[in-house]
Structure formats: structure tokens, C-alpha cells
Write a protein that binds this ligand. Structure first.
Ligand SMILES: *Cc1c(COP(=O)(O)O)cnc(C)c1O
Length: 369
């Protein structure tokens, strides 16, 4: 059996370090916003090269609180790629703004700015680029687009911890960079967690209020806020893991290169386009191929013990949850077409050469049948 991700491997590898750091939190009695959270926020700020970061309870909350802090609401529109995890749109919709789906580039699977141009109206307030599958967008182009249309940029970096565009980390370009520490992300906690990165001190201050009931001083509430904090125990885990993130991302990239070489020439599939000479750009949270007879291939792989996934089977605008917004099928044809062709193969830093070989052989066997 080849798992899609193997989270227990990493735990076993660093078991002692995790136990020590977690027990330290347990023994300290400081479970909420303690020194481990402050230490992680400082270290992750340095890692990203940003002024400040604010730890929150999940990636979804990172997005939602960012848009709340930007005072997005009814009558506003925010551009979001049609192919992404549903949560990318939650923050926009939560306070009554409209997530406007933008079609994607069929090569990179990322938001197509040419298409975004056509979707801008006088109500468009922001753009929410998603560094999907771990590949950083061309942020020169995104920032120029935002400047031209006077839009804020909130980067959904939930799949791109450590990815870089021209030497600068994903999540450090816009007013806010949103991260998730969901266990299977490139940097994952042992539960839910998230964070917002920013170079804007006032924005960070606002987020610190919002995550903590709108309060800086206990029982004094300056603004309406919620309870959304990164737990100390998860921060302790992340403090252990952060040191290895770049190394793990290197290993993912190496696995992606191997997949690409070995899958080459198999009729019926197409490997993802990425620049092998620009390793820092893509941290391969997922390795996503396009294939003929996708559903049959998926069933075959699962039957042979190769766990795969589809990211994502339904484009953002076609979810039932957004039925009331009246989006029609056909408005983002590329994303809609790809949602029936994409398949994510097993990908994690510790995946072995043998495991990759087995996945490739099993794929090959399907088309040779
Ligand atoms: C995981 C993810 C989120 C949500 O993060 P959670 O921590 O699960 O709330 C948002 N956007 C993208 C692109 C993601 O992959």
C-alpha cells in the first residue's frame, strides 16, 4: 500500500523532540498565546521575511479574519481562482462579499490574470491569488495588476509554505499572507492551526484584536472580535518542524522531478508544468497530473493500493453552497474541464524511490491494459 501522505513517519523521526517541546507547554500551564506562540510567530516572520505574523486557529480563519480586517462586506467583490479549495472563498463570502471566480492557466493551474482582467468591475475590491499545489504565482504580475485596479492582495498561501517568487517567499507580497497548519500541509501541526503574515503593523494589530475577542487588555473589548488563536501546543510542534521545512520542500521537489522523468511518454497523461531550474518556486504540496479516463484510473490505482486524490473535483463557482449566487456552468471553461482530468499522486517528503517506481508502474499498467 502506498499512502497519499504518511504523517506518522515524520512523527516517528522526531518523536523525542516533539515530546519534549509539547511536554514543556503542558508543564508550563501557559496554554493560550504563551511563549511558544510568540517564538513561532517571530521565527516564521524571519523565515518569510515579513515584519509580523499573527497565529490563528486555522487557514480558513486566517483568510476570514484578513478580510474582516480589510472591512470587506456586502456590495464588494473579490477575485478568486475557480480551481482551489473551497475555503479560499469562505472568508470573502462570510461577511457578504461576492467571490468572483477567475479561470486558470491550463499549464500552471494558477489564476489567469488575463481572465481576471475581464472580471474586474467597479465593485472589485481585492484579489485573492492562491499559490495552488505549492507553486508561487508570478507575483510581479499579480502586484502590478492589483496596483492598476487599486485592489488589495491577500495571498492564500495555505499550500505554499516556503515557496518563492524571485527569491521572495509566498505570503510576503500582499497586505496579508494566509497559512494553514492543517496536519498534511507542508508545515503541519498535530491539529488545526493557521497564521497571517504581513508587513503592515496596523493590520497586524487589528488581527491580534480580532483573534482575541476584540480585546488587548483582559475584559476590555475595543472592537467586535472572535476566538481564533494558534494553540501553544501546536506552536511547540511547529517550532520543532520549521527547521526542516526547506529540506522537506527540497525532497518534495526531487520526488516531483522523478515522477516527471518516469511518467514521461505514458500516453494518456500529462505531468504538471514547472521550471526545474527554479526550484524555490514550487514546493509541491501536491503533484497533480492530467489524465484520460481519470475516474477509471483513480479506481484502478486505489484497487492496486496506491492512494490518490482529486484537488479539486468541483470548481469553486459550481458548489451547491454558492447556488444562491447564480454562477453558471461555462463561465470558467478551463477550470471546469480540468476538474474532470486532474489527479493527485502520492506526495510527501519521505516518499521513496521504490514507492515512486510503483506508482509509475501502476499508472503505466492501466494504459497498457
Ligand atoms: C488547507 C487550505 C485552506 C484552509 O486551511 P484550514 O487550516 O484547513 O482551514 C485554505 N486554502 C487552501 C488553498 C488550502 O489548501
Amino acid at each position: 500500500m502506498i499512502p497519499f501522505v504518511d504523517l506518522k513517519l515524520q512523527f516517528e523521526l522526531f518523536r523525542d523532540a516533539f515530546q519534549e517541546s509539547m511536554l514543556k507547554v503542558c508543564a508550563s500551564g501557559g496554554y493560550i498565546l504563551g511563549p511558544e506562540v510568540t517564538r513561532f510567530e517571530k521565527r516564521f516572520s524571519e523565515f518569510l521575511g515579513v515584519k509580523e505574523t499573527v497565529g490563528v486557529a486555522s487557514g480558513t480563519d486566517a483568510l476570514t479574519l484578513s478580510l474582516l480586517a480589510l472591512e470587506i462586506g456586502p456590495g464588494d467583490e473579490v477575485l478568486v481562482p475557480a480551481n482551489t479549495f473551497f475555503a479560499s472563498a469562505i472568508g470573502i463570502y462570510e461577511y457578504g462579499a461576492i467571490p468572483v471566480p477567475v479561470d486558470i492557466d491550463p499549464k500552471t493551474y494558477l489564476m489567469d490574470l488575463g481572465d481576471a482582467e475581464k472580471r474586474v468591475t467597479h465593485r472589485t475590491k481585492g484579489i485573492l491569488p492562491v499559490h495552488l499545489y505549492g507553486q508561487c504565482l508570478n507575483m510581479d504580475a499579480v502586484m502590478a495588476f492589483a496596483l492598476k485596479h487599486k485592489l488589495f492582495v491577500v495571498e492564500d498561501s495555505c499550500q505554499a509554505h516556503g515557496a518563492k517568487w524571485k527569491g521572495q517567499r509566498a505570503g510576503s507580497f500582499g497586505i496579508g499572507g494566509c497559512f494553514s497548519f492543517y496536519p498534511s500541509k507542508n508545515l503541519g501541526a498535530f491539529g488545526d492551526g493557521g497564521l497571517i503574515s504581513t508587513n503592515d503593523g496596523a493590520f497586524a494589530d487589528k488581527l491580534r484584536l480580532l483573534r482575541n475577542y476584540g480585546s488587548k487588555t483582559k475584559y476590555i473589548h475595543e472592537t467586535f472580535g472572535t476566538n481564533s488563536r494558534l494553540d501553544s501546543i501546536h506552536a511547540a510542534v511547529l517550532n520543532v518542524k520549521l527547521e526542516y521545512l526547506d529540506d522537506w520542500n527540497d525532497k518534495r521537489f526531487k520526488a516531483a522531478c522523478q515522477y516527471t522523468d518516469k511518467l514521461a511518454g505514458i500516453k494518456g497523461i500529462q505531468t504538471p508544468a514547472f521550471d526545474v531550474d527554479d526550484k524555490p518556486r514550487h514546493v509541491f504540496h501536491l503533484f497533480v497530473i492530467q489524465c484520460e479516463q481519470r475516474d477509471e484510473l483513480l479506481a484502478w490505482l486505489e484497487k492496486q493500493g496506491v492512494q490518490c486524490g482529486i484537488h479539486y473535483p468541483v470548481p469553486i463557482h459550481l458548489h451547491k453552497a454558492f447556488a444562491s449566487l447564480g454562477f453558471k456552468e461555462g463561465i470558467c471553461p478551463i477550470a471546469e474541464n480540468l476538474s474532470g482530468r486532474i489527479l493527485s499522486l502520492p506526495m510527501f517528503p519521505e516518499i521513496s524511490d521504490d514507492q515512486i517506481d510503483t506508482v509509475v508502474k501502476t499508472v503505466k499498467k492501466f494504459y497498457d491494459k
